[in-house]
Design a protein around this ligand. Structure first.
Ligand code: EPU
Length: 435
């Protein structure tokens, strides 16, 4: 498994292009199962999550052909349920979207329980509640989820989500697209990738309104036709590069972004005295002055994203003064703090709050990526630390960041990936669940 070795302390300069959104891709690929024709998906990120989901569709009988590295044609006209997918579905968090797409397509579903990065308990009760409301009978046992719609087709329903959940919103939208009648989902998540999924499905003939607000209305249609769709850029990848520049200093133009999606991140960085200039599809991030402390609370969109919490923490480690970070989405997303402490960070965690005392500089050290965004935070910390940082378990990082080493090197960072043969434990990690 690769390690990253970073010699810190170099400011970043230049231009970096952001890839397609991971969390849109992992919803849209399963949703492609509903399409009765060929659907072309463009701007796919080249990451292991998308490769695994496409492989799952292939194992179910889909034809998947790459037009180029980031464009793929998917033809799901001859798919069927298959137990060959189970070892892969177990290794992907987003495989829970297969419940919605299988139920929508076949009126029945059979897949494994999803795993996931360990941020505390990760229930899927709202997904299940939604599927039941749409008329599915669901049984869970021995790690498998089986579901079946009465009369072979789901029906429209009114569903109120007790918790704002990205995953449940997406899953119910997918399931309701081909259901008989009208579905209304209240108290839904509003993340950009939810709007992207609705746009994808609508471009193939679905009738979904309200994505991006807290109520989504879906009129079920008989079939979806083929078409082509380009994914939005990845908000979190862009935010990660923004924090990297904030941490190291320098000036970087971040291209292929939707600046509106980054406002929650830009606002915080500005409070820290980082300059952000927005263009139509780019932002320029420049840091010339010492960083100021600030407080951050993560919330569902349009709040500050939980998936940027570890990276902003890495930046706040060397801001002047005391910052308070409150995690408002997950129960336990501060495991990475122990790794930052190995680099000299002064952070105290109490429940869902971390108090960060700014230090003059972080010092390079051997650390590990505990999960995808925690790993990204280690990269940000390593880039601005004095000396050499070695990051282990970078497989987690590569699940969500396309070519992170190449992109950072092009900005002047001294980072290399060092390959070593996998130990048996590392082989197991490759099959562990993703975020
Ligand atoms: N929740 C429930 N019941 C449910 C579903 C969720 O109580 O049925 C709770 C969760 O325990 C959590 C909150 O609701 O406290 C929000 O969870 P949500 O369902 O929104 O998260 P998710 O769909 O499992 C996605 C992303 C995560 C990201 C969260 C929040 C994917 C594949 N994953 O997870 O992304 O943190 O939304 O924005 O889209 C990442 O990319 O690093 C990552 C972890």
């Amino acid at each position: 498994m690769d390690k990253y070795v970073i010699k810190g302390g170099k400011p970043l300069y230049g231009e970096v292009e952001i890839s397609g959104a991971k969390n849109a891709a992992v919803a849209i690929i399963p949703a492609a199962m509903l399409v009765d024709g060929v659907c072309r998906i463009e701007n796919l990120p080249e990451i292991s999550d998308t490769e695994k989901l496409l492989r799952i569709l292939e194992l179910m009988g889909a034809r998947v052909s790459y037009v180029n590295a980031t464009t793929v044609d998917v033809d799901c006209r001859s798919v069927g349920l298959s137990n060959k997918i189970y070892s892969l579905t177990r290794s992907i968090r987003a495989s829970y979207y297969l419940i919605g797409s299988m139920l929508g397509r076949f009126g029945k579903a059979s897949t494994t329980m999803p795993g996931g990065c360990n941020f505390g308990v990760r229930p899927i009760d709202q997904h299940i509640k939604g599927m039941r409301a749409l008329g599915a009978t669901i049984s869970i046992g021995r790690g498998l989820i089986k579901a079946e719609a009465e009369d072979g087709r789901l029906h429209g329903a009114y569903i109120y989500l007790d918790k704002v959940s990205v995953g449940a919103t997406i899953n119910i939208m997918i399931a309701a697209t081909l259901a008989n009648g009208r579905t209304v989902i209240e108290n839904v998540a509003r993340e950009p990738h939810i709007v992207d999924l609705a746009n994808f499905l609508n471009s193939m003939g679905a009738d979904i309104r309200g994505a991006g607000t807290d109520t989504i209305k879906i009129r079920g249609v008989e079939r979806l036709h083929g078409g082509s769709y380009s994914l939005i850029p990845d908000q979190i990848e862009a935010g990660t590069y923004m924090t990297a520049v904030a941490a190291t200093g320098g000036e970087v133009k971040i291209t292929n972004v939707i600046p509106r999606h980054l406002e929650c991140i830009s606002a915080k960085l500005r409070e820290m005295s980082v300059s952000i200039t927005e263009g139509d599809d780019y932002v320029v991030v420049k840091r010339e002055r010492p960083l100021l402390c600030t407080n951050v609370k993560t919330q569902p969109y349009p709040g500050f994203p939980t998936d940027m919490q570890p990276q902003i923490c890495a930046v706040l480690c060397h801001a002047t003064g005391t910052s308070i970070i409150t995690e408002g989405v997950w129960d336990n997303r501060f495991k990475y703090v122990n790794e930052l402490k190995k680099m000299g960070a002064e952070i105290t965690v109490s429940g869902k709050t971390a108090i960060v005392e700014g230090v003059k500089t972080l010092i390079g050290a051997p650390v590990a990526a505990c999960d995808l965004r925690a790993g990204a935070a280690m990269v940000v910390a390593g880039l601005c630390a004095e000396g050499v940082t070695t990051i282990e378990d970078v497989i987690y990082i590569e699940r969500g960041y396309q070519n992170i080493v190449g992109k950072l090197r092009a900005l002047g960072a001294d980072i290399v990936a060092v390959s070593e043969p996998d130990t048996p434990e590392e082989q197991d990690k490759r099959m562990e669940s993703v975020c």
